[in-house]
Design a protein around this ligand. Structure first.
Ligand code: SF4
Ligand code: SF4
Length: 532
């Protein structure tokens, strides 16, 4: 093992890193971020931006740290006056043509050119020649190109050719006139991963049409989360302001999504901001009109009506968009009400979209994040390949019917009409909740803490990014309180506590705790089964 390690000195610190590590990556181990544009850990390294120059003792010239690999006994200075002087010169070249339009640039506040110039650039520019002008181009899809701002790092070109493996971008012209362009008139239209080129563009040359002029980078809060739009479980950051999600960005996790996410997941956030939400518990006495009540009254009514139904058969249907905690609490409640079956549904896509250059990542057919979690909890999947139907047994055979987080869009208004007690827990109202005796408002995953289990059994946490609307509460909290009333056991007070109970009861989750999951998740024991 030790033979595979190389020991060198970087900025006075002795470090040991695996053979083949670049100086740029080795410097990160002591917290030094050497400025760079063309280098990206998920792409090849052309060493063309010349910004990552560092001083290596004994070398006749400054070395590009993104392609120079470590050597035993090497002495490297990344922050010496000489190294910074070289980089200052390179930055000055970039500013010869780059417009100083930071006040109107979408990238301002998170731009590598802005940051590096503040860190290491000259205080005043010396350029007197007019700047080169390219103007703005629509690259198709969600991407606008501001050619004047481009620093020609070619990250976008390499992403499309190496990772998406659909060559839609190239460099045309030469020298000072070099510019990024699309091959065909359709540009990026029809590609499925192009939002990533906006993320990796180090400056404001590629911007998202969807996000354009929506918010300044420094006004956004960032909350780690998990994409809820398919069972891949890409790690993401929700960027929020004024209690709204303004954009979704991928969060690095080499086990799941690397640095990337698909365009479908990136754009599937407006439903979280939809203001047409259920905000208070609703009770229907005559099956027609509903009245809003407080939580105590709603839960008391539900328990009272359930008690009147002797030998009730309980049927529950859950959405695979619900968290492990929500689903686990639902299964517990069904048991406490006398036992019955809980089924789940997930919308399905016709095909899987694999990211060819990073094939462990695909937009999966299951368009919900917690299909595996529902399976591990012993729930039976219903519905055809398009995720519709399959609910006849629920509607017809349950005298108590509970629906969790499933908008039942494909169900008619008669759904649940024959049940003695129909309880609907949802973020939004649904025509199929028309006959619900009790409607309970729940939070979305962006408003609560919890976990999803992705398609290969990785359990991953998400955190609350938004305030819930009105009286909406996490489903696990509501269901846990009902269960506690029926069983006399204490109600779980936190999602971590509830996950701990799941972990004890379900072999597949055996031993896992929230601290074990951290920010990157951990694998469930997929073969271990659902437990009792
Ligand atoms: S558009 Fe952005 S990512 Fe592409 S070459 Fe220019 S600076 Fe680099
Ligand atoms: S691949 Fe799936 S989880 Fe990842 S961003 Fe796309 S929809 Fe979301």
């Amino acid at each position: 093992m030790a033979d595979d390690l190389v020991t060198l000195t970087i900025d006075g610190h002795e470090v040991s890193v695996p053979k083949g590590t670049t100086l740029l990556e080795a410097a990160k181990t002591i917290g030094e971020q050497v400025p760079h544009y063309c280098y990206h850990p998920g792409l090849s390294s052309p060493a063309m931006c010349r910004l990552c120059l560092v001083e290596v003792e004994g070398a006749p010239k400054p070395m590009p740290s993104c392609v120079t690999t470590v050597m035993e006994g090497q002495v490297v200075r990344t922050m010496s006056e000489e190294a910074k002087g070289h980089r200052e010169g390179v930055l000055e070249f970039y500013l010869l043509n780059h417009p100083l339009d930071c006040p109107i640039c979408d990238m301002s506040g998170e731009c590598d050119l802005q940051d590096y110039v503040h860190l290491e650039g000259r205080k005043q520019g010396r350029g007197v020649e007019p700047k080169r002008v390219f103007g703005r181009d629509d690259f198709g899809g969600d991407v606008l190109f501001y050619g004047d701002r481009c620093v020609m790092c070619t990250r976008c070109v390499r992403f499309m050719s190496e990772v998406e493996q659909d060559e839609r971008l190239t460099v045309v012209e030469r020298g000072n006139r070099s510019v990024i362009d699309t091959f065909f008139t359709e540009g990026l239209e029809g590609t499925n991963w192009h939002g990533n080129i906006v993320d990796i563009c180090p400056v404001g040359a590629l911007v998202s049409k969807d996000f354009l002029y929506k918010a300044r980078a420094w006004d956004l809060d960032h909350t780690p989360s998990v994409c809820a739009s398919c069972s891949q479980g890409c790690n993401v950051m929700l960027h929020t302001r004024d209690n709204l999600v303004h954009r979704v960005k991928p969060r690095e996790n080499l086990e799941v999504n690397g640095w990337w996410m698909c365009d479908h997941g990136r754009m599937d956030y407006e439903w979280i901001n939809d203001g047409n939400r259920l905000e208070a518990p609703l009770i229907s006495e005559d099956g027609v009109s509903r009245r809003a009540v407080g939580w105590k009254d709603a839960l008391g009514e539900l328990l009272g009506r359930a008690e009147e139904l002797e030998a009730a058969s309980v049927r529950a249907v859950a959405s695979a968009r619900a968290s492990n905690e929500d689903l686990g609490a639902l299964a517990e409640l069904v048991g406490a009400l006398g036992g019955g079956e809980t089924v789940f549904r997930s919308p399905r896509a016709q095909e899987e979209l694999v990211l060819k250059g990073f094939p462990k990542l695909a937009r999966r057919k299951d368009l919900a994040p917690n299909v595996k979690g529902a399976e591990l909890l012993g729930m039976r999947r219903v519905g055809d390949d398009a995720g519709a139907g399959g609910l006849d047994s629920v509607a017809e055979h349950g005298s108590i019917v509970i629906v969790l987080g499933d908008v039942l869009a494909d169900q008619g208004e008669d759904f649940g009409a024959g049940a003695d007690l129909y309880v609907y827990l949802g973020t939004h109202d649904s025509p199929a909740a028309k006959h619900a005796d009790i409607v309970l408002p729940v939070t979305s995953h962006a408003e609560q803490e919890g976990t999803f289990t992705n398609h290969e059994g990785r359990v991953q946490r998400f955190w609350p990014a938004l305030q819930p609307p009105g009286m909406a509460r996490p489903a696990w909290l509501i269901l846990g309180a009902l269960d506690a009333e029926l069983t006399g056991e204490g109600a779980p007070e936190t999602a971590a506590e509830l996950f701990g109970k799941l972990s004890d009861a379900v072999p597949a989750f055996g031993g896992l705790t929230y601290p074990d999951l951290g920010t990157q998740g951990a694998s469930a024991k997929v073969g271990a089964g659902a437990g009792s």
